[in-house]
Design a binder for this molecule. Structure first.
Ligand SMILES: Cc1cc2nc3c(=O)[nH]c(=O)nc-3n(C[C@H](O)[C@H](O)[C@H](O)COP(=O)(O)O)c2cc1C
Ligand code: SF4
Ligand code: SF4
Length: 258
C-alpha cells in the first residue's frame, strides 16, 4: 500500500521534479532511485500508487529505466503515472512507456511531460530560467491530477517504429567520452555516475560498457575536463539543476569500491 515514486536523473531536473511532486501529493510517498534498484533480479512493489520520473533520451526513456520497469513485479494493480522531463521534444516517449507497461500487464494511467533546461542540446539562458520558474506550477497541476486519480490514457501506437540505424549511431556517439589534461583526478565523475560505469586508473577516468548517456559525468566534472564525441554539443556549456548537488545525484547508486 502507499505511494512509491521511482526516479532517475543525470543533471538533477528529474530528481527536482520528483521531490517537488512528492511534496504536493496528499499522501506523500517514498522516493526510490531506479539506478540502485535495477541490478537486482527483480523489484517488488505493493504500492497502490506508483510513479516514474525520468529524463527523455532520444525520444524514449533511458534504457536503465526501461530495464527497471521490466524487472518490477506489481503485487497490486496500482494507479501508475509517469513524468518525463525533456528539452521540449518528447517525441513518442509516453506512448512507448505505455506500451512497455502494457507488456508488464499494467496501465499508464497518467503520463505528463515537463519542459526543463536541456542537458544535451543547449537551451537559451532566458528560456532555461522560464522553464525553471514554471516547473513548480506544472508540478502542482500534475500533483492535483494524481491526488484526484485522473486517468488520461495514451493512445496505442498504430505500428512499431522500425529501428533507425542513424539514431543508434547518434546514441553510441553520445556515450563516447574524452578527458583532457585539465583532469585532476578528483573522482567526481565516478561518484555521480548512476551506473558505476567509471573507474579511475592512475587518476584518469575510464568508461565501461553500460553507459546510459545521462551525461552526469560530463556536466558535473568541476574542471570541465570531459568532452563527448558529438559535433557542436560535445563541449557545450555545463548545466545542472540549481537545487541539486553532487551528493543528491550520487545518492541514486552504490559505488562498488566503497
Ligand atoms: C543523451 C540525451 C538525449 C536527449 N534526448 C532528448 C530528446 O529526445 N528530447 C528532448 O526534448 N530532450 C532530450 N534530452 C534532454 C533531457 O531530456 C532533459 O534535459 C532532461 O530534463 C534532463 O533530465 P535530468 O537532469 O534529470 O537528467 C536528452 C538529453 C540527453 C543527455
Ligand atoms: S570529474 Fe573531471 S577532474 Fe574529476 S576525475 Fe573526473 S574527469 Fe577528472
Ligand atoms: S558514464 Fe557518464 S553518461 Fe554514462 S551513465 Fe555514467 S555518468 Fe551517465
Amino acid at each position: 500500500m502507499g505511494t512509491e515514486i521511482y526516479w532517475f536523473s543525470g543533471t538533477g531536473n528529474s530528481l527536482s521534479i520528483a521531490r517537488t511532486l512528492n511534496s504536493m501529493l496528499s499522501e506523500q510517498g517514498k522516493l526510490l532511485p531506479m539506478a540502485a534498484l535495477y541490478e537486482k533480479n527483480n523489484n517488488t512493489t505493493d504500492a497502490d500508487v506508483v510513479g516514474f520520473v525520468f529524463p527523455i533520451h532520444l525520444g524514449d526513456a533511458p534504457w536503465v529505466v526501461k530495464e527497471f520497469v521490466k524487472k518490477t513485479h506489481f503485487t497490486l494493480k496500482p494507479y501508475i503515472f509517469a513524468v518525463a522531463t525533456c528539452n521540449a521534444n518528447p517525441h513518442d516517449c509516453l506512448p512507448l512507456f505505455h506500451e512497455l507497461l502494457k507488456k508488464c500487464s499494467q496501465t499508464l494511467a497518467l503520463g505528463e511531460i515537463i519542459e526543463m533546461p536541456g542537458n544535451a542540446l543547449v537551451t537559451e539562458p532566458n528560456i532555461e530560467q522560464e522553464r525553471l520558474d514554471a516547473a513548480p506550477g506544472r508540478v502542482a497541476e500534475i500533483g492535483r491530477k494524481i491526488n484526484n486519480r485522473e486517468i488520461a490514457l495514451q493512445k496505442d501506437k498504430d505500428m512499431d517504429i522500425p529501428a533507425n540505424p542513424m539514431i543508434d549511431r547518434i546514441y553510441n556517439a553520445m556515450k563516447r567520452f574524452k578527458v583532457s589534461s585539465q583532469c585532476d583526478g578528483c573522482e567526481t565523475c565516478q561518484t555521480v555516475c548512476p551506473l558505476d560505469n567509471i573507474s579511475l586508473v592512475e587518476n584518469t577516468p575510464q568508461w565501461g560498457q553500460k553507459c546510459t548517456a545521462c551525461w552526469a559525468c560530463f556536466h558535473w566534472c568541476p574542471q570541465e575536463a570531459i568532452t563527448i564525441e558529438v559535433p557542436t554539443i560535445g563541449n557545450r556549456r555545463r548545466y545542472h539543476h540549481p537545487d541539486i548537488t553532487v551528493t543528491d545525484i550520487a545518492s541514486q547508486h552504490v559505488r562498488r569500491d566503497k
